[in-house]
Design a protein around this ligand. Structure first.
Ligand SMILES: Cc1cc2nc3c(=O)[nH]c(=O)nc-3n(C[C@H](O)[C@H](O)[C@H](O)COP(=O)(O)OP(=O)(O)OC[C@H]3O[C@@H](n4cnc5c(N)ncnc54)[C@H](O)[C@@H]3O)c2cc1C
Length: 329
């Protein structure tokens, strides 16, 4: 039996990030009869989220306030995590594999000696009861299984790695809410958040957790309209290659790959993307890969499940139109 702690990432509105519930499911499997606790960092109202967390098996939610200190600073978050691990006696900590969480986890590992696996695509216990996480490394050329051998295992799971399951509908838990304030060290606040500028609101799903991602590369020559039209038709997110972001055709936050976002959607559609190794590292774990490229020798065809040898400006509008027709009719 183990207490498994889940970091409950949420928006400023208090809305839980969807993939957090996937973590709760993974946590139940790892708890082995023990309890799943959630860690809610910040003063946003947690009450509306409690019923859904209860349906996903979270027994206790710890709401930790850092007062005027911004907990989005990773040194601050790392101290909150260390405190929560001490408070709960958790032997496993699960969080989403975001840039911020990876940095906080690294700091936590230095402070506690915990073993950390980031970008995990799956996690389980082996026959010896160790926490074992799977992940691809070296730009997707190897799949590894990493057993954590320290007393505290910290695993950061990629969005979509686990299919979230409710506990028995008849017996949802009523999570106990424990609130406390934490005074973080002066050392953790040497950097301060000076200004935040919210990105323009978008109806599209978050790139890192979207079920469908439509990606444009150099082949778009800067015209992302056909990419965006297909993404909107299928309710997907728009991604890009580094060439497209470096050219200033689209924002850097859309870049997928080794130095960008890692995605693992059920469906990846890449148009005008060559499939360079640095890009593949960020999308190779996608469920089904569709590539559209006029060059039959393009490396992306080596990993594509479906390949269309053609011009994206001809193919994408036809695909979008056909999907629209099927949806309407
Ligand atoms: C340290 C390092 C880190 C990097 N990190 C990343 C990263 O995180 N993400 C990333 O993406 N890259 C990264 N790169 C860059 C990477 O190596 C490639 O240069 C980049 O991925 C190529 O982008 P691309 O596929 O858009 O362009 P290209 O490789 O130039 O390919 C363009 C493709 O478009 C096709 N095309 C042309 N016209 C059309 C058309 N009309 N319709 C359809 N297809 C067409 C061409 O046939 C070609 O295959 C990194 C590089 C380095 C050195």
């Amino acid at each position: 039996m183990a207490t498994v702690l889940v970091l409950l990432d949420h928006a400023e509105t208090g809305a839980l990030r969807g993939s957090v519930l996937e973590l709760a499911t993974a946590a139940r499997d790892l708890a082995d009869g023990g309890e799943v606790h959630g860690l809610w960092v910040g003063d946003e109202p947690v009450d509306p989220a409690l019923p859904v967390l209860g349906r996903h098996g979270v027994a206790v939610v710890h709401q930790v306030s850092t007062g005027a200190v911004d907990a989005r600073l990773t040194p601050v978050l790392a101290e909150v995590l260390a405190d929560a691990v001490r408070e709960t006696g958790a032997t496993v900590l699960l969080a989403l594999s975001t840039f911020e969480n990876k940095e906080a986890a690294a700091r936590l590992a230095v402070a506690t000696g915990a073993g950390v696996v980031t970008d995990a695509a799956a996690v389980e216990r082996d026959a010896e009861g160790r926490v074992v996480a799977s992940k691809t490394v070296l730009a997707g050329t190897w799949t590894t299984r990493c057993a954590v051998r320290t007393g505290l295992a910290v695993v950061l799971l990629k969005a979509g790695a686990v299919v979230s399951r409710h506990v028995d509908e008849e017996a949802p838990l009523a999570p106990e809410l424990r609130t406390r304030a934490l005074a973080v060290s002066e050392r953790a606040t040497r950097a301060a958040l000076v200004r935040r500028t919210p990105a323009a609101p978008s109806d599209r799903p978050d790139l890192s957790s979207a079920d469908v991602v439509v990606v444009g590369g150099r082949g778009t020559e800067g015209d992302f309209a056909p990419i965006e039209a297909l993404a909107d038709e299928v309710g997907g997110a728009v991604g890009s290659t580094r060439v497209a972001t470096d050219e200033g055709w689209i924002g850097h936050e859309t870049q997928i790959g080794q130095t960008g976002v890692t995605v693992s959607p059920r469906l990846y559609i890449g148009a005008g993307v060559s499939g360079a190794v640095h890009h593949r590292g960020g999308m190779q774990a996608s469920g089904t890969i569709v590539a559209i490229n006029p060059d039959p020798e393009a490396p992306i065809f080596e990993i594509a499940d479906y390949g269309i040898v053609g011009d994206l400006f001809t193919v994408l509008p036809q695909v979008t139109e056909e999907l629209r027709r099927l949806r309407q009719g």
